[in-house]
Design a protein around this ligand. Structure first.
Ligand SMILES: [Zn+2]
Length: 298
């Protein structure tokens, strides 16, 4: 049995695990306490020592790494703005692996890997994966393969413009979907009415019986649905998968999104698009990284 190691770089931990396309055999995480390259490399060495003790690195055929942020397809380096890991720009994700490790390493954006893992699980060839949390990520699988676009920037679902000159987004532009429909975006759009909303947890916001909050969530839902409808119309997708902390907390209901999406789709697409909750949860990035590694050497 071939084993592959998947590492998912996050803002507060490295999630990792080993397995293959048939499933994850082990899943764990180690914390990120300092947001520096030196600490990243220390934690990656610790992680590899654990893997070596448990299954021996010699038995790992390839390593997949999922990274937040955009990865330029020419340079292989992270680029743009990375709000959760501001220092993590202009690095190759594989830079965290010590040079003495000779195992092949493959890297991709974490939301892309979520989409790959979900496409594999649901048996979809044309899928958009969306993660809703403090931001909004997206990844596209077209024809069974990850779609990167001409520079590697494809799939940035949260940064499509839904309101020109609208609210400021984490990416520096104005009017992105993320600025309205992510948890941070929702808080900031509510803060236009009252700054008290900025410090409220999502669970508190979902439990207040407050017309301002209810209207903001309805607008956020509506913009999310419109964005999905537009992408399905352009790409004739088969499946939309929604995951991330805000979906788990109940900010949006998958069944309502599916109903609204189908209401607004062109006649030809109606009833042909499945909208599903992500299956892999917080293990999606690791599972996708394992699949990336397995595809990489096959
Ligand atoms: Zn943006």
């Amino acid at each position: 049995m071939s084993l592959y190691l998947g590492i998912d770089i996050g803002g507060s931990s490295f999630k990792y695990g080993w397995g293959n396309s048939e499933g994850l055999r082990h899943f764990d995480s180690i914390p990120i306490k300092h947001k520096t390259m030196e600490h990243f490399m220390q934690q990656a060495s610790t992680l590899l020592s654990i893997v070596d003790d448990r299954v021996s690195l010699q038995h790992i055929k390839a390593i997949g790494i999922g990274s937040p942020g955009t990865i330029d397809s020419i340079s292989g380096r992270t680029c743009g703005v990375n709000p959760n890991l501001p220092f993590w720009i202009n690095y190759r994700p594989s830079d965290i692996i010590p040079s003495f490790v000779k195992t092949p390493v493959f890297c991709d954006n974490d939301a892309n890997l979520m989409a790959l893992a979900e496409a594999n699980h649901h048996g979809c060839r044309h899928l958009l994966g969306i993660t809703v949390g403090s931001g909004i990520g997206g990844g596209l699988v077209l024809g069974g393969e990850l779609y990167h676009g001409s520079n590697g920037y494809a799939g940035e679902f949260g940064h499509q413009c839904v309101e020109r000159d609208g609210l400021k987004c984490n990416c520096g532009r104005n009017g992105c979907l993320e600025a309205y429909s992510s948890v941070d975006g929702l808080r900031r759009s509510l803060a236009k009415h009252d700054s008290k909303y900025l410090s409220m947890e999502l669970s508190e916001l979902l439990n207040v019986n407050d017309s301002i909050v209810i209207e903001a969530i309805m607008k956020a839902h509506s913009l999310l649905v419109t964005s999905i409808v537009n992408i399905v119309t352009v790409l004739d997708l088969e499946c939309i998968v929604l995951g991330g902390g805000a979906m788990d907390a109940g900010l949006y209901q998958v069944s309502e999104i599916e109903q609204d999406v189908n209401t607004h789709l062109p006649e030809a697409n109606k009833g042909k698009v499945r909208v599903l909750k992500a299956y892999h949860g917080n293990q999606a990035g690791v599972m996708g990284a394992i699949l990336l590694a397995e595809k990489g050497i096959s």
